[in-house]
Design a protein around this ligand. Structure first.
Ligand SMILES: Nc1ncnc2c1ncn2[C@@H]1O[C@H](COP(=O)(O)OP(=O)(O)OP(=O)(O)O)[C@@H](O)[C@H]1O
Ligand SMILES: [Mg+2]
Length: 487
């Protein structure tokens, strides 16, 4: 590992290379004799024995190296592994402080990669200060262009990253709005209807009180009302066909007895599964035919307001659970790094993406006995969202999404499977690259899997892989179960 390994370079020897020899290196081939002399005087030659580290990724970039002989490898740290990016024996290749000429913007420049000598090697070395000076002094125009390129690229990337986050937030709130819209509209419709019914009940009560109804009859009526409501609440739901039949029966019964507007009230009683037998009991208990019409309407209002109130309760309950899911999703309510069960995050992601499910069948195959793992829950939710979103997009509205969790040695595995067309090997190889997308311009940024990969691999010391064939694509997230130092 390069972390702790010491770098012991032999003393650098000045004056080994003549200006003429320097000219044979492609980097210096177009320089004037005067310039070559300056470089020969300021640089030096260093020998490194096979196996030794020459520079370490992340250390301050103090020197620029040009390979004179030998074989070297460049590695970069990805998660907990060193990934070899280059292996070369080409004379003249350069590495190290190659950015030293950039305007100092307060950000310390570090080596971007580690370099190791694989065989006994020899380098020409120039300090970052000298290299920066000669570039700025001799090639001012090139520096402007290079700065434009490097800084421009960096700004573009920052702006795109910002946009991606904004777009993600936008998509999240759009999804949430979409989900909240239905119950909110339902609640507000029911509230409007409820207001009308309550007003009508006040009127009806006035009429009942003004009529010659004995107080004990009124009490009986209120008792009946409570009984009917209770009965309606407990009654099993009827099918549409049964409800229609009941409605007819009730309407006829009311019509025979001269109840006003029987076809308006009958549906209310049918909805509450109140049959003619129950109405006959009401009739008997009232023992006054002239009161029946008033009583039926009164009880009808009571039933209706009860139904409207449970509609409102239902709708607002759904709003609350959505807000709870969103809150859990963004983890405003919890600290960043903690021991978590992965399942609530998977569930709340599915709730968040409910508007994209369409006709897709969602199968959850959870191993609930899995232990808690150390993780950043909000970041993992981003991973679930990106993977599940991709799966829905791949399936285009129909198929099966399978969310599976299981244990594999010391790893917890979350598998997101879809029955979409999958990807051919040449695409599969590239899906984790930033900005790689097969979606039309404006639809995909190609950052979803790149972000997910970095969260899983760098942030959690885990692993993200894909297996794909037509009709069966699986993204596998492996997370360490025991605490790892990098997590
Ligand atoms: N489940 C999948 N089935 C088939 N192809 C997939 C699947 N998931 C990802 N891909 C491929 O990988 C590419 C990269 O995915 P990624 O999530 O990084 O970006 P994107 O989905 O194109 O864009 P964004 O995530 O920003 O909307 C996709 O364009 C698609 O070609
Ligand atoms: Mg995506």
């Amino acid at each position: 590992m390069t972390d702790t390994e010491e770098i012991r370079l032999e003393p650098c020897e000045p004056g080994v290379l003549t200006p003429a020899e320097l000219k044979t290196l492609f980097l210096f081939e177009k320089l004037t004799d005067e310039q070559l002399t300056w470089i020969a005087e300021h640089g030096c030659t260093v020998r490194v024995a096979a196996g030794n580290l020459v520079i370490r990724e992340g250390d301050p970039a103090e020197a620029m190296f040009v390979l004179l002989s030998g074989t070297i490898s460049l590695t970069r740290r990805v998660g907990q592994d060193d990934v070899v990016t280059t292996r070369t024996e080409q004379r003249g290749v350069y590495m190290g402080a190659t950015n030293a000429y950039l305007r100092d913007d307060g950000v310390p420049r570090n080596y971007m990669a580690s370099m190791r000598a694989l065989s006994d090697s020899e380098f020409f070395m120039l300090s970052a200060t000298d290299f920066g000076w000669l570039m700025r002094e001799w090639f001012p125009m090139a520096i402007h262009l290079l700065e434009g390129l490097t800084l421009g690229l960096r700004n573009t990337q920052a702006a795109i990253g910002e946009r991606q986050r904004l777009a993600a937030l936008g998509a999240l709130s759009a999804g949430l709005m979409h989900e909240l819209n239905n119950p909110a509209a339902a609640a507000s419709r029911a509230t409007g209807a409820l207001r009308q019914r309550v007003a009508a009940m006040r009127m009806k009560l006035g009429k009942l009180a003004a009529g010659k109804v004995a107080p004990d009859r009124l009490t009986a009526l209120l008792e009946l009302q409570e009984e009917v409501i209770e009965r309606a609440a407990k009654a099993p739901a009827l099918t549409a066909m049964q409800t229609a039949d009941l409605e007819d029966e009730l309407g006829d019964w009311m019509e025979e007895r001269g109840v006003t507007a029987p076809w308006d009230v009958a549906p209310v009683f049918a909805q509450g599964n109140i049959d003619t037998e129950c109405l006959s009991q009401i009739e008997a208990r009232l023992a006054s035919p002239e009161l029946l019409d008033q009583a039926i309407h009164w009880i009808g209002y009571a039933l209706e307001t009860e139904q409207l109130m449970s509609d409102i309760e239902d709708a607002t309950g759904r709003v609350s659970s959505l807000v709870l899911a969103a809150k859990r999703y963004s983890h405003l309510d919890r600290a960043a790094h903690q021991w978590i069960d992965v399942h609530p995050g998977l569930d709340s992601t599915l709730v968040m993406l409910a508007h994209k499910i369409g006709d897709v069948r969602v199968v959850k195959d959870y191993d609930r006995s899995l232990p808690q793992i150390p993780a950043h829950p909000a970041e993992l939710n981003q991973v679930w969202t990106n993977l599940i979103d991709n799966a829905f997009q791949a399936m285009g509205g129909e198929g099966t999404l399978t969310v599976r969790t299981y244990r594999e040695d010391e790893r917890l595995v979350v598998s997101i499977g879809d029955t979409g067309p999958g990807m051919p090997p040449e695409i599969r190889k590239r899906v984790f690259e930033p900005f790689f997308t097969t979606k039309p311009v404006g639809e995909g940024t190609g950052l979803g899997l790149d972000i997910s990969y970095r969260i899983v691999v760098n942030g959690h010391g885990g692993d993200l892989t894909v297996e794909s064939q037509p009709g069966d694509t699986k993204f596998l997230v492996r997370l360490p179960i025991s605490e790892s130092p990098a997590a």
